[in-house]
Design a protein around this ligand. Structure first.
Ligand code: ADP
Ligand code: MG
Length: 310
């Protein structure tokens, strides 16, 4: 392709909200063998919503939600935001004993004071309330901290996961106290884009830090066969490299801070425009419309621009 053709293609991309950082990236996209998609916020809408909150120790519901929300208040994780929104709503609107407005209530004024907060990547959060430890996160977090998971709790979590929800476990004073179910619907165009890629001869893959059962349920819904789950934040780049081993040209699509090493490792990194700045910086392409159809637009554009000179 001539420099002019590259310039024209870059302009066509820009008009469609596909920002291409340079001619090399534009050229590589035609050769993409597989596209690895992050799950949360990329295939899904990234609008996590709590659908279930169940306590197992008889702790009162409002108290339980207030504890969990207090623990998550310092977390930037989308799951934390969903939990806070749900607990806040319950506290101010659903609980008759609570006040009925947010007047004169500071953002976090209704929460417990916490100390020694720590975010544990790929696991959850830990902090202390009145000297008692509270853990909010996945099974791995509970197991690593010696919190016992009863069969009743395990069965409840499995049920959530089989319906594509993420189960978040809560331990208070090192006793499993309750579970939250969180749903994050697929983007409307997700399945059709996966089908389109397969028709183009491109293999779609899903990678996520979420658990295997939820991951498989989501993958099945969207039509992806190849899934990598329970991947630690640093591990997504390793997944990219494993697909590159046989010389394949690999694209990665992601939105989160967690995804930036993988976006950088990929031959073609595509960041969702609504994603974090770090992901956008690490990527070769930015999909401004936050629409997965633009993954196909990007590959098409490259194929059309470069097909004539090969
Ligand atoms: P991804 O962005 O790929 O979905 P993460 O590595 O951010 O994955 O998270 C993996 C898992 O760790 C989540 O599915 C959840 O179970 C747990 N987790 C991480 N952060 C939190 C948090 N703040 N609160 C509760 N659970 C969390
Ligand atoms: Mg994500």
């Amino acid at each position: 392709a001539t420099p002019t053709a590259v310039m024209v293609a870059t302009g066509v991309g820009a008009n469609n909200g596909v920002l291409i950082k340079g001619g090399d990236a534009l050229e590589r996209a035609q050769l993409v063998k597989c596209v690895i998609f992050d799950k949360t916020g990329t295939l899904t809408q990234g609008k996590a919503t709590v659908t279930t909150a169940k306590t197992f120790t008889g702790m009162e519901r409002g108290e339980f939600l207030k504890l969990v929300a207090s623990a998550e208040a310092s977390s930037e994780h989308p799951l934390a935001k969903a939990i806070l929104a749900y607990a806040r709503h319950f506290h101010f609107f659903d609980d008759s004993s609570a006040t009925t407005g947010t007047d004169n209530v500071a953002e976090s004024g209704w929460l417990f004071d916490v100390s020694d907060f720590s975010a544990l990547p790929g696991r959850g959060v830990q902090c202390f309330i009145d000297g008692k430890r509270i853990l909010v996160g996945n099974r791995k977090l509970m197991v690593e901290n010696g919190v016992d998971i009863s069969t009743e709790v395990e069965n409840f979590v499995v049920e959530l996961e089989e319906s594509a929800k993420t189960g978040i476990l809560v331990a208070y004073n090192d006793t499993l106290t309750g579970v939250l179910g969180i749903a994050d619907p697929l983007k409307r165009e997700a399945s059709i884009v996966i089908e389109g890629l397969q028709k183009m001869g491109v293999i779609p893959v899903m990678v996520t830090g979420d658990n295997w059962r939820t991951a498989r349920a989501v993958a099945k819904e969207v039509g992806i066969q190849d899934v990598r789950a329970e991947v630690m934040p640093a591990g997504k780049a390793d997944v990219v490299r494993s697909f590159q081993k046989d010389g394949s040209i690999v694209a990665m699509v992601g939105d989160g801070i967690n995804d930036s090493p993988a976006l950088a490792a990929a031959d073609v990194g595509m960041a969702i425009g609504a994603g974090t700045d770090i992901a956008i910086e690490a990527a070769d392409y930015v999909l401004m419309r936050n629409n997965l159809e633009d993954v196909i637009t990007a590959i098409d554009l490259s194929r059309k621009t470069f097909s004539r000179i090969r």
